[in-house]
Design a protein around this ligand. Structure first.
Ligand SMILES: [Zn+2]
Length: 229
């Protein structure tokens, strides 16, 4: 695996030269993750689970739009208890903390690497059902409970693990988010605060001054600290 050789542009989602587009299921993954992912999917299908990514590769500009939307209040944000947050009442630094509980900094999303996917079971919900990716959907009586249980038992055999369990990582638990460890671990180590700083310095990121001031701390809590494979 040459995942350690991802360029700075690829690591931060500013290039997609490492990405391959897959038709079925429709997704975009690191070229070396396609085969392991399709193996995982095939095994799930054999057990009656139509495992597909709701989200796979995401580029820098998409993550920047998510960030700026939340920072400005254009996109609704909720707190850990699910209550809507009034962003106008928050300082820039408080907004940054509120966003990072759910969403990555542009340049620091694991989805930039093509190694990470948000997984659902396509057959577990009726047509037209709008997937929210909430704890409830993956909890005991949720539609994706069997998927979560299957992944807990089987994902590791295919090299996939859950980086956001809510144990070490500062990110809220994401039972749907899986990562291909052999490549993602290389990428995580290469995405240093310096690489991230370079990616952010010249972009229209809301709260940029505070983000750059706190970059080492934010990197430690939300990039370096993950729940290990
Ligand atoms: Zn995700």
């Amino acid at each position: 695996m040459n995942g350690g050789l991802l360029t700075r542009q690829e690591l931060t989602g500013q290039a997609r030269t490492h990405i391959a587009d897959v038709d079925e299921p429709d997704c975009a993954l690191h070229a070396q993750v396609v085969a392991p992912f399709l193996n995982l999917r095939r095994a799930a299908l054999a057990d009656g689970i139509d495992l597909v990514p709701l989200s796979s590769f995401r580029d820098f500009s998409r993550q920047l739009a998510i960030w700026n939307g939340k920072f400005s209040g254009e996109r609704t944000m909720v707190d850990a208890a699910g209550r809507t947050i009034d962003v106008d009442a928050l300082s820039a630094s408080e907004r940054i903390d509120a966003i990072l509980h759910w969403s990555a900094l542009p340049g620091a999303s694991r989805h930039h690497w093509g190694t990470d996917v948000d997984l659902i079971d396509r057959r577990a919900v009726p047509p037209g059902y709008r997937v929210q990716l909430t704890q409830e959907e993956f909890a005991a009586r949720g539609p994706f409970a069997p998927l979560a249980a299957w992944l807990e038992t089987n994902a590791a055999r295919f090299g996939f693990f859950r980086p956001f369990r809510g144990v070490i990582s500062g990110v809220a638990p994401e039972p749907w988010h899986f990562s291909f460890a052999p490549l993602a671990e290389f990428a995580r180590r290469r995405l240093t605060p310096g690489v991230l700083r370079t990616a952010l310095e010249s972009v229209p990121l809301l709260g940029k001054e505070q983000v750059l001031e706190r970059l080492d701390e934010l990197h430690a809590r939300y990039v370096a600290a993950i729940d290990p494979p």
